[in-house]
Design a protein. Structure first.
Length: 328
């Protein structure tokens, strides 16, 4: 964190449009607005603007009065674009109203830009997703891919983060996205506090594949909950598919299939995610050597953990600790 950024809260600006979804706007204000440092100071200032300020319709039975216009975007550190009712109209997708296009042109170079749900169509229409990995609500992924073949659409994740441009899946995935950005800026502990205050999980398991409409399981169908609970209690030990299948009382093949349906990822991918989360918490909260944390988190060696940190977070464990241990 730079000295300037330490003195001034990170400025988050939400660009809303007529027909906005109030819940998506509320997510941004609630999560970023409750993030504070160790001294209690706000870590973010949150502002709402519209391409044309004034009274905006919503998809509910009330309106929202947005006082600030697109000029608010000019000094944004992060810009959020939530969905609007028009995004759900096929004939509107692929279009970008001139006021919205002009507003996005005011976003500073280097600012982080993110969308919630079908707000991704706005970023795509503005050319911000070209050559980048992105997602949107699972019902709209095929259409996003068809309209914008230059976008690498991933329908299986809750959010994406590709070189400063982020997208999220359905409405609630906006929570996952905002927590990810807070975690990225200030570490897992700050994000965890925000999540606890909001009574949501700090990191949801898997991707949106688990929320796609599936046939209702037959009564008595087994779940992988027991296997996941066992894994969380034994992260520091070698874990195999056979171990998980035994705890779930099912075959390895059945476990793998049901795990993917319930979490959106494979069992071993899920375990890696949990180990990374555990290692991050230990790096922030303790002074234990990296090799000791690697062993406790289940990576075996410091070398293996460093490789995972590089691949998943883009930094080394030491750099992560230097950034987030007492940084806020």
């Amino acid at each position: 964190m730079t000295e300037t950024r330490a003195r001034a809260p990170h400025r988050v600006v939400t660009l809303v449009r007529p027909g906005l979804l109030p819940m998506e706007l509320g997510i941004v204000h609630r999560l970023f607005g409750t993030a504070v440092g160790a001294d209690g100071r706000p870590l973010y200032s949150v502002v709402t603007c519209a391409p044309e300020p004034g009274e905006l319709t919503t998809d509910a039975d009330f309106t929202v009065n947005v006082r600030q216009g697109p000029g608010a975007l000019e000094d944004a550190d992060t810009v959020l674009v939530p969905a609007a009712a028009e995004d759900y109209e096929p004939q509107e997708r692929g279009r970008l109203a001139p006021p919205v296009r002009q507003a996005l042109a005011r976003v500073p170079a280097g600012a982080r830009v993110a969308s919630i749900c079908t707000g991704s169509f706005v970023l795509a229409a503005a050319g911000m997703l070209a050559g980048r990995r992105a997602t949107t609500h699972w019902k709209s992924c095929d259409e996003l891919r068809t309209l914008y073949p230059e976008v690498d659409v991933d329908p299986d994740v809750l959010y994406t983060d590709d070189r400063g441009v982020l997208t999220s899946a359905g409405v609630a995935a906006g929570i996952d996205l905002c927590l990810h950005m807070i975690r990225q800026d200030h570490g897992a502990e700050v994000a965890n506090v925000v999540a606890r205050r909001t009574v949501v999980p700090p990191h949801r398991e898997g991707g949106q594949a688990q929320y796609i409409e599936q046939p209702v399981p037959e009564p008595g169908t087994s779940s992988t909950v027991a296997a996941r609970a066992y894994a969380l209690g034994h992260l520091g030990e070698p874990l195999t598919l056979e171990d998980l299948a035994r705890e779930a009382a099912m075959s390895v093949r059945t476990l793998s299939r049901r795990f993917l349906l319930e979490t959106g990822v494979t069992p071993m991918r899920w375990i890696t995610e949990q180990r990374l989360q555990h290692a991050r918490r230990l790096l922030e909260r303790t002074d234990e050597p990296v090799d000791h944390i690697a062993s406790e988190a289940g990576f075996g060696t410091g070398t293996a953990m460093r490789q995972h940190f590089r691949e998943e977070l883009g930094v080394s464990p030491r750099a992560y600790r230097n950034t987030f241990r007492g940084a806020t």
